[in-house]
Design a protein. Structure first.
Length: 176
């Protein structure tokens, strides 16, 4: 098993997929990981809609002008839905759950990519309509899934932006 840093280093946004179906066991695994994600006061404001039907997946490719084309080849997707009435931290809670899905997908040898839907060019309305999501729920993102049909290099640990790390106080002239 890889260390966590190796998993983070390997996890990249994959936007092209083969036509190999994603096994139900792997999707179940991703969802179990999402259900274990932390949330404020354990409110669990998230819900997940799994989409495999091409008649729903392919139209998602046009939900945004840019950044949603991966649904043209995705074999599955997970819609991250939030009940914003349950917590004032619903967005953070949903993002953490989505990241659990992204990391679990990488661990399982799947490609995945986050597609921001919340407050994006009518995207939320399109996804809600395709998936029958009630008006009182908010769609944060849709995560495309599939077996990668592209290769992305792992992050180079030497090229990380270490200057973004501040010690004790913020400094615009930060150095390691």
């Amino acid at each position: 098993m890889d260390s966590f840093i190796e998993l983070c280093q390997r996890r990249r946004s994959i936007r092209k997929y083969t036509n190999q179906p994603v096994e139900q066991e792997k999707i179940d695994y991703l969802l179990r990981c999402a259900l274990m994600s932390p949330s404020s006061k354990r409110t669990n404001p998230w819900e997940f809609v799994v989409v495999r039907d091409e008649a729903k997946l392919r139209p998602m490719a046009s939900c945004r002008t840019y950044g949603s084309q991966m649904f043209e080849t995705a074999m599955a997707a997970v819609v991250v839905v939030l009940d914003t009435r349950l917590s004032d931290t619903w967005m953070a809670d949903g993002a953490i759950a989505a990241e659990h899905i992204l990391l679990a997908a990488a661990e399982q040898g799947l490609g995945a990519c986050w597609c921001q839907v919340y407050q994006r060019e009518g995207a939320e309305e399109l996804v809600k309509g395709l998936c029958g999501i009630p008006e009182d729920r908010t769609v944060l993102c849709v995560i495309s899934l599939g077996y990668p049909d592209e290769e992305r290099k792992d992050y180079d640990l030497e090229k990380l932006k270490y200057e973004k790390i501040h010690n004790e106080t913020y400094s615009s002239n930060n150095s390691r």
